[in-house]
Each structure stands twice: as structure tokens, then as C-alpha cells.
Design a protein around this ligand. Structure first.
Ligand SMILES: Cc1ncc(COP(=O)(O)O)c(C=O)c1O
Length: 387
């Protein structure tokens, strides 16, 4: 499907068709896995379709990049070996020593580690700010130095909500780019570029891939000059998605819409159960009217997603016990796959921020609600919480 038509179609149509025309030679409706590092040239410099070497471009990756760009309603997509590889490439393409970035004060631990332990050494300063507080983000900006305002919404794991449109205004006033890590919402629930963001980041490992069988990352942009910088850096740094991984993510994206609706249905059931449970002291889910970011989430998201966090009576010890007792909810890091996962952020995904301003509460449990039968999920949580 041509990109022009792809951009006019509905989300599910784009998810299934954008980025790839059936192969002219065989009619294959699914892009082949082009397991090749190099391409025969028709005379020196006579490239077929622009393919020269698979770090620079590979047709399976091209199909994924076109697809995810269409889903995010951007102009260009870029696929990487992991979400963090995408983030590092973006930072090095847009920032120079002496620059500054504002990052969420409850950022994904790996993103915080990248800024704090890797990029800082190269001269990029950063300040944490709560994404839910537009004025706090504005105050964290250093005029003339801040190059990136980086947000997640919902955040990981506290599910705070940032107002993308308002934050885009704040970033642009300061001459900075607004970067939105859209991993938790997925392009089905939220398209930040349409709300004024400049760059969308994904860990495609999560909902985009959707089956916990691949690690990958992506960037999507609207601005063609920025796209050129990213094209250069993607090739120059080389953290690209391989053809097998690209194929898996592309396959996952085809069913993103139906999976996300079921993730949301099941999450709503789980939230309703947890809200009534005596051992649960707080349920954190942007779909709840009492969630402080509910109105903004309702404005910018189609639904509220499959991630649910909650706190338990009895502190960290109880939280760890619940994580260990559940059976259908598998104890494990990551999220966004068809299977439900449970984890203790303080000791697992966010262990790297222990002792910093970004530390998360010890009694917090994070669920990635999968697409199993909802009754089984609830029965499992009931058992793990002690009946
Ligand atoms: C919100 C968010 N962004 C980025 C990443 C990093 O992605 P990856 O693990 O694919 O490198 C993760 C990983 O958990 C994440 O949850």
C-alpha cells in the first residue's frame, strides 16, 4: 500500500498494509526476511532500490519502518536493535556536549541510567521533572541549553500522565524538541506527533512486538531534516534492527489494535477487582476518574492501556510475596506481551534508580495485563493476595 493511501486509511488497515506492497516477483503478501548483509550492484553505484549494505538499509526493516511511521502518523520511521539503542541514537543525533535535557522524574530505569551514566559522561546534563506538572517541566528547562524535553506518558511504573499538547508548547517556546516515549500507550491508543510532539520513541519489545519474542526499538518523526539526521546517525552508530527482528515486530503490529482492545478490557476488569480488595491500599490506573491525570488521558488516549500498578498493605514484604505467589501472572520484567506479567519495580525494573530521586515505593506492584481469560487473571490475583 502506498504511503499516501496508507496515511488516509484507518488504523487497523494501516497496521496490516502500510509499508509493504506484495512482492512483484512472487506476490508474497508478507515481506520476506531478507537475510542478506549486502546487495549485488548493477555496475559500480548501480543500486537496486537503494540497497547497498544492510546496516544502512534492509528491505524487511524498510517495511517495518514504513509501517510504524504510518501508525504514528509520522513521515519517517527508524527501527533499532532495542528501545535503548533508539534512544541513544536520538540523543546523539540531536544533542551536543553542553546541552541539557529534561527527563521524567519517574522515567523508565534504563532511560534514566542512559542519561545519568552514559550521556552525562559525554557532557549532556539532565534534570528530572514530573511529567504531570507542566509548570515544573517549564521550570526545569535551562534557556538556551535545553535541547530535549523527554516524557513518557503514561510513565513507567507510576502511570503518571503528561499533557502532550501543553508540553509540546512549553518545549517549543524554549527551542527544544518534545520527545514522547509512547511504549506504554502504543500507537493504537495515542499518536503524540498529531498532538505536537517532534519525536516518538518506542521499545517495540513491548506492545508493538506484542509476543515477548523480540527486543527492538523505533523512532518516528515528522520533520524531514530531523529524519535526515537520524538516517545518518542510525547508519553511523549502527544499532539497527536485524531482518528477523524487524519481521517479528512487523507481524506483531498487524494485530496491535485487537490486542490493545483486549489488554484494555482485561485491565479494566483487574482494576475493578483490585479497587475492592482489602489488601490493596491504592490502585494506579489512568482510567480511574480519581487518577490525577484522568482528564488529560481521556483527552489524548483512545483507551487507558494494559498497565496497572497497585500498592499493598504490609509494605515491601507483602508486595514481594504477592509477586512470588501468582501463577497466571508470570513473575518477570518487560511488558506488553499477550501473557500477563507481574513485577516488583523497586527490586526489578527500577532497581537502578534505588537511592535516587526516582526511587519507587517498596509496596508497589506493576502488572502488565495480558489477553488471557479475565476471570483467570482475577482468580490468580485473589489467590496471590491471600484470598
Ligand atoms: C517505557 C520504556 N521505554 C524504553 C524502554 C527500553 O527499551 P528496550 O528494553 O527495548 O531497550 C523500556 C523497557 O522496558 C520501557 O519500558
Amino acid at each position: 500500500m502506498s504511503q499516501r493511501h496508507a496515511n488516509k486509511s484507518g488504523f487497523e488497515t494501516r497496521a496490516i498494509h502500510a509499508g509493504y506492497e506484495p512482492d512483484p516477483m512472487t506476490g508474497a503478501v508478507i515481506p520476506p526476511i531478507y537475510a542478506t548483509s549486502t546487495y549485488k550492484q548493477d555496475g559500480v553505484g548501480g543500486l537496486r532500490g537503494g540497497y547497498e549494505y544492510s546496516r544502512s538499509a534492509n528491505p524487511t526493516r524498510t517495511a517495518l519502518e514504513g509501517n510504524i511511521a504510518a501508525l504514528e502518523e509520522g513521515e519517517r520511521g527508524f527501527a533499532f536493535a532495542s528501545g535503548l539503542a533508539a534512544e541513544d541514537t536520538l540523543i546523539r543525533a540531536t544533542c551536543r556536549p553542553g546541552d541539557h535535557a529534561v527527563i521524567p522524574d519517574d522515567a523508565y530505569g534504563g532511560t534514566h541510567r542512559l542519561f545519568d551514566k552514559v550521556e552525562k559522561v559525554w557532557g549532556l546534563a539532565h534534570s528530572p521533572a514530573p511529567v504531570s506538572d507542566v509548570e515544573a517541566v517549564r521550570a526545569a528547562i535551562r534557556p538556551g541549553e535545553t535541547r530535549l524535553v523527554w516524557i513518557e506518558t503514561p510513565t513507567n511504573p507510576l502511570l503518571n500522565i503528561g499533557d502532550i499538547e501543553a508540553l509540546a508548547g512549553v518545549a517549543h517556546e524554549a527551542g527544544a524538541l518534545l520527545v514522547v516515549d509512547n511504549t506504554f500507550a502504543s500507537p493504537y491508543l495515542q499518536q503524540p506527533l498529531t498532538l505536537g510532539a517532534d519525536v516518538v520513541v518506542h521499545s517495540t519489545t513491548k506492545y508493538c512486538g506484542g509476543h515477548s519474542d523480540v527486543v527492538g526499538g523505533a523512532l518516528v518523526v515528522r520533520d524531514l531534516e530531523l529524519a535526515e539526521q537520524l538516517t545518518f546517525h542510525q547508519n553511523a552508530i549502527g544499532g539497527v534492527a536485524g531482518p528477523f527482528d524487524s519481521w517479528l515486530v512487523l507481524r506483531g503490529l498487524k494485530t496491535l489494535g485487537v490486542r490493545m482492545d483486549r489488554h484494555c478490557d482485561n485491565a479494566e476488569r483487574v482494576v475493578a477487582f483490585l479497587a475492592e480488595h482489602p489488601a490493596v491500599t491504592e490502585v494506579i490506573y489512568p482510567g480511574l476518574p480519581e487518577h490525577p491525570g484522568h482528564d488529560v488521558a481521556a483527552k489524548q488516549m483512545k483507551r487507558f492501556g494494559g498497565m496497572v500498578s497497585f500498592r499493598v498493605a504490609g509494605g515491601e514484604e507483602r508486595a514481594l510475596a504477592v509477586c512470588e505467589k501468582s501463577e497466571v501472572f508470570t513473575l518477570g520484567e518487560s511488558l506488553g506481551g499477550v501473557e500477563s506479567l507481574i513485577e516488583h519495580p523497586g527490586r526489578m525494573t527500577h532497581a537502578s534508580v534505588a537511592g535516587t530521586d526516582l526511587e519507587v515505593p517498596g509496596d508497589l506492584i506493576r502488572l502488565s495485563v495480558g489477553i488471557e481469560t479475565a476471570d483467570d487473571l482475577i482468580a490468580d490475583l485473589d489467590r496471590a493476595l491471600g484470598g
